[in-house]
Design a protein around this ligand. Structure first.
Ligand code: UD1
Ligand code: MG
Length: 405
């Protein structure tokens, strides 16, 4: 490293210190804010997988999000302290990256909170999550504009060594931001799952950044660590309250905040393709959900598993519709899913169909049978962790087969 070790490690050290403080602040704030939400606002929901039907404060992700932003705002000058006495070489591009990252995250925390309060419509959510990627794309364009991708060895006879994707690469990054912000929110509905999966992804990113700190692009990975470390500590605090049995719900605020933070570090840290590898369960859940998300198949307001109060276990939840309601695309996709035996499909003589809601959570329940809620969350988190291991395998040993690394 050209800068010398001590210069580099000082900001990371301060970041770690602030993050630990952030953990304790979040732990103290969550019960207090939760109480306020219960007493003075409508921000609460009923835990549908419990017998008691107690009111649980909702959208507490806003606390971890705000503490995260607070820490990051305090941190803004820290990486630049060595330029205070002489700012002739000030790295303006690095400051711009940090500011654009925080601008985007700030925006989604607000958006998520508005969604929790007002229940935004899907088309509004999509529009609002698409515009937020613009500052990031601008920074990417101004600072590096690298849109060349290297073709894997087996495809080189046809496509050549590399392809310049230009505008398409920007479209890919914008779509990545929209995907990340929504993907966690639709793999949700059982205690601890939203924060749990986000923590597994975040820790995977940190390990990846840590490995890459010794590489050529170490600056980008250091930037990512600055955001991921406070993200993890503030989310761990939230996890303690959201784990089974949940004392608070995290809300869409947290799901958007997490997804956007991951997208930001992936885009500005130049590892947007590796990032997607850490989202394998979310990608599977999204693909499986497509018929319901695009309304080829009836989609109820909630798709979370159904609580069986007698057995005290969760069963897959179902959607019911008449077979004639399916259009041609719906019939084709569902025919494919039934052929692959990945749905539980019952049809009576009148053509009324009962089919499981198309989520990864329900699919696991079909595979393993009725399960207690906390066990189901653990299984899904183990799957997420296993997919991260697979991601590292694809990124390192396997990549050397396809690329000269
Ligand atoms: C998304 C899902 C929806 C799922 C919901 C659960 C899609 C298209 N939407 O909707 O299917 O049911 O998340 O989060 O896939 N809740 C629990 N236990 C939990 C977490 C949440 O019972 O562990 C319930 C509570 O009543 C809570 C509500 O879910 O109030 C929150 O749902 P919300 O985040 O508003 O749903 P969406 O994100 O719109
Ligand atoms: Mg939600």
């Amino acid at each position: 490293r050209a800068d010398g070790e001590t210069q580099v490690d000082f900001p990371l050290f301060v970041n770690l210190f602030l993050s630990v403080c952030g953990y304790f602040i979040t732990v103290r704030l969550i019960p207090r804010v939760g109480e306020v939400f219960l007493q003075k606002t409508n921000l609460w929901g009923v835990d549908m997988n419990k017998k008691n039907g107690r009111k649980i404060p909702e959208a507490l992700g806003v606390v971890s999000g705000f503490v995260f932003l607070f820490i990051m705002f305090l941190f803004i000058p820290i990486p630049f302290t060595k330029y205070i006495s002489d700012n002739s070489n000030f790295p303006h591009h690095e400051l711009v990256e940090l500011l654009a990252a925080l601008l985007s995250i700030c925006w989604v925390v607000i958006l998520g909170f508005v969604d929790d309060v007002c229940d935004l419509k899907w088309r509004h959510k999509l529009l609002l999550t698409t515009v937020v990627s613009l500052p990031l794309l601008m920074v990417y364009y101004v600072n590096c504009n690298a849109t060349l991708i290297i073709i894997p060895k087996p495809l080189r006879p046809w496509l050549g060594l590399s392809v310049e994707l230009s505008l398409f690469y920007y479209m890919y990054m914008a779509m990545l931001a929209v995907f990340c912000t929504n993907a966690i929110n639709i793999l949700a509905g059982i205690n601890g799952l939203e924060v749990g999966q986000s923590l597994v992804i975040a820790v995977s990113i940190i390990i990846f950044n840590w490995i890459e700190l010794s590489g050529n692009l170490w600056k980008a990975h250091q930037f990512s660590l600055y955001l991921m470390i406070p993200y993890v500590t503030t989310s761990v605090a939230l996890f303690q309250y959201n784990w089974y049995p949940s004392r608070v719900f995290v809300g869409d605020t947290f799901c958007y905040f997490s997804g956007m933070t991951f997208a930001v570090v992936g885009i500005i840290g130049h590892f947007s393709k590796t990032l997607l590898l850490f989202f394998i369960p979310q990608i599977i859940n999204f693909l499986y959900s497509i018929p319901q998300l695009f309304h080829f198949v009836a989609c109820p307001r909630h798709r979370l598993p159904k609580f069986n109060p007698i057995r005290e276990k969760l069963d897959p939840s179902v959607t019911t519709f008449h077979k004639s309601e399916l259009n041609i695309i719906g019939r084709l996709i569902m025919g494919l899913f039934r052929g692959m035996k990945i749905v539980r499909w019952n049809e009576d003589n009148d053509g009324v169909v009962t089919c499981n809601n198309l989520t990864l959570i329900n699919f696991i329940l079909i595979m393993i049978g009725p399960t207690e809620e906390h066990k189901l969350t653990k299984i899904l988190l183990y799957i997420q962790a296993a997919c991260s291991l697979l991601a590292f395998f694809i990124r390192y040993p396997l990549a050397s087969i396809f690329y000269d690394v």
